[in-house]
Design a protein. Structure first.
Length: 495
């Protein structure tokens, strides 16, 4: 093993303490990490900085690439500065922005391509392979890795970001490991292989509660009493029922949508009742409501052999997107076949490189009595010397590869629509920050005095010695006019 550690494209291998170098490759949303230590003393003056980009090579092969996200410093003996460095893969850049989008009637591959193009400049989707249709899905302010993980969980796929910033999205059983394990092929440390049977996920009695299906037409009958106008229905009808009173058909409207005055009775879908709008049916007449009811899909499947062997382990699944009893039954059977017996988990150590999370590796051991395919969950590297490392591999069983294929084909056939986040309201707000420069111009004007001559004329009417009082508003017409406006309270008294 010949490791080279580049930081911002500069070789810093000699600064790294090999005993504290660790690298882990994880599946799906569990990010890849790398950690190492370095010291600063004498001529060793390089100091790692959060945000620096790191690339680790084994010969010419890149085994890690990402960003320093944390640097912890401490001083040894007052002279040596030590740094503990933690790195995160390119997911750190992938999640710089949050996704706020709704996608309808697109394949998974198209959705990922759109997200990468909009939110993750510099990343590619060359290895995204998934033509499963998504009816509708909404992402409301979540990271790109969270959005991709949501898609992966819906279609039972795996994904990761490689060290060239390309997204890999693939079916769980399509990536084969470069080698398998046998008792004598020397590809692993023989004593390190550990396989564990696990009952924690055992399911041998599965109850599936799906959506609702349209049943056969049926009638419900009631007896009038002359006062009762509302009659509770036993089922939700898929469409407006036919209502008859003594075999005479009545007009039926939809409650809260139609006007009472236009119909003989109203039908409520959610509350399951019919209500007569005017006269209650008399006790001498029968009421009949006929329609096609919506019947809840409820399926139970059990494995009697597993129950005898392990006891009864029940599992309940609620999925409103299941629209037929056959589909519910198929889902229950897939769960029984996948988890009807103990599942196996394991681990082993190897000196051989090339393994990566998401790959399928076969473990065949006569000594251990096992021949089975496993999904690699994580791959970790620790150094034993500056030029020698050991890889630790975590495994999980993939006994049901055929069932996974079946579920993926079921999705591809379009019999299962995926609708997530239909009630999400996606709101985007944009704030634009800019510097604004304002200039004010002030002009001083010389004071100016403005003089004008104004002439006024005053007309004075003198009162006569003997006035003639008039009982209305009046103004004298000339100097000789003796009429004056009188006041009854004082004028005649004074004169």
């Amino acid at each position: 093993m010949n490791l080279t550690i580049n930081v911002n494209t500069t070789d810093r291998t000699n600064y790294v303490l090999w005993k504290k170098f660790n690298k882990t490759d994880n599946l799906n949303s569990r990010i890849d990490t790398c950690s190492f230590s370095t010291s600063q003393y004498g001529t060793m003056i390089w100091k790692p900085v959060a945000g620096d980009e790191v690339e680790v090579l084994d010969g010419a092969s890149i085994i890690f690439a990402g960003v320093i996200i944390r640097v912890t410093a401490d001083v040894e003996d007052g002279k040596i500065q030590n740094y503990e460095v933690k790195c995160k893969d390119w997911t750190h850049y992938l999640d710089k922005k949050l996704v706020v989008e709704r996608y309808t009637s697109q394949t998974v591959a198209q959705i990922i391509t759109s997200m990468i193009g909009t939110y993750a400049s510099g990343f590619t989707d060359t290895n995204v392979v998934c033509d499963i249709d998504i009816d509708s899905i909404a992402f409301n302010y979540i990271t790109i890795s969270q959005a991709i993980q949501m898609l992966a969980e819906q279609v039972n796929y795996c994904w990761y970001v490689d060290y060239d910033k390309d997204i890999h999205f693939f079916a769980k059983n399509t990536n084969s490991a470069p080698f398998d394990l046998t008792d004598d092929n020397g590809k692993y440390l023989f004593k390190s292989l550990y396989i564990r049977d696990d009952l924690s996920q055992l399911r041998n009695k599965v109850i599936v509660r799906g959506g609702e299906k349209i049943g056969s037409s049926r009638s419900e009958t009631f007896k009038g009493d002359g006062t009762k106008k509302t009659f509770a229905l036993g089922h939700k009808f898929s469409e407006t029922p036919v209502v008859k009173v003594n075999t005479v058909a009545k007009t039926v409207g939809v409650e809260f949508l139609d006007d009472d005055s236009s119909y003989d009775c109203m039908w409520n879908f959610n509350e399951k009742y019919i209500r007569f709008t005017t006269t209650a049916p008399p006790d001498t007449e029968g009421v009949e409501a006929t329609g096609t009811p919506l019947i809840p899909i409820l399926v139970q499947v059990q494995d009697d052999e597993s129950i005898v062997a392990y006891g009864e382990y029940e599992f309940r699944k609620v999925d409103k997107s299941i629209r037929t009893s056959d589909e519910a039954k198929q889902y229950a059977i897939s769960q029984i076949e996948s988890y009807g017996a103990t599942i196996k988990e394991g681990r082993f150590d190897t000196y051989d490189t090339g393994l990566r999370s998401g790959q399928i590796i076969n473990v065949q051991s006569t000594v251990r009595g096992i021949d089975e395919d496993f999904l690699i969950q994580s791959v970790s590297l620790k150094m034993r010397s500056p030029v020698d490392g050991i890889w630790h591999i975590e495994l999980a069983t993939l006994r049901t590869m055929g069932i996974i294929n079946f579920l993926q084909e079921l999705l591809l056939s379009g019999t299962k629509e995926i609708s997530l986040g239909e009630d999400e309201v996606l709101e985007k707000y944009y704030v634009d920050y800019k510097d604004v420069s304002v200039t004010e111009s002030i002009v001083l004007h010389t004071e100016v005095e403005d003089h004008k001559s104004i002439q006024t004329t005053e007309l004075i009417r003198r009162d006569p010695w003997t006035p003639v009082w008039v009982l209305s508003p009046y103004f004298p017409t000339s100097d000789s006019d003796v009429k004056r406006e009188g006041r009854l309270d004082i004028s005649f008294y004074l004169y």
